[in-house]
Design a protein around this ligand. Structure first.
Ligand SMILES: [Zn+2]
Length: 105
């Protein structure tokens, strides 16, 4: 996705980001640009190709390459999604972490 395409997607919605609780422009998933990028990379890391807009239309032979690029650039650690083995059993609460904006980016 190019920057222009991203700008195209964003700007239609305003709301609170599901990822970082910032209020501002969010996409149809309720994520700000920052978090949408993180999610995108997490999906690629986990090989959830079907959900990744970046991987869409990329032949499966090229997807590993795409993943390698993401890992090389951003590391292997998930940025937004919780890793599979880190799931807590609490099911009633939807994981909305309270985060005070102590640490600025
Ligand atoms: Zn966010």
């Amino acid at each position: 996705m190019t920057e222009e395409e991203i700008d195209d997607v964003f700007g239609c919605f305003e709301g609170e980001c599901q990822g970082c609780d910032c209020f501002g422009r969010v996409n149809d998933l309720g994520l700000c640009k920052d978090c949408a990028g993180k999610l995108e990379r997490d999906l690629i890391r986990q090989r959830d190709w079907d959900y990744s807009a970046t991987a869409y239309g990329v032949p499966s032979s090229k997807r590993e390459e795409l993943r390698n690029q993401v890992v090389a650039q951003y590391g292997e650690k998930l940025e937004l999604l919780a890793p599979e083995n880190d799931k807590k059993k609490g099911k009633s609460r939807k994981g909305k972490k309270r985060k005070r904006s102590g640490k600025s980016r």
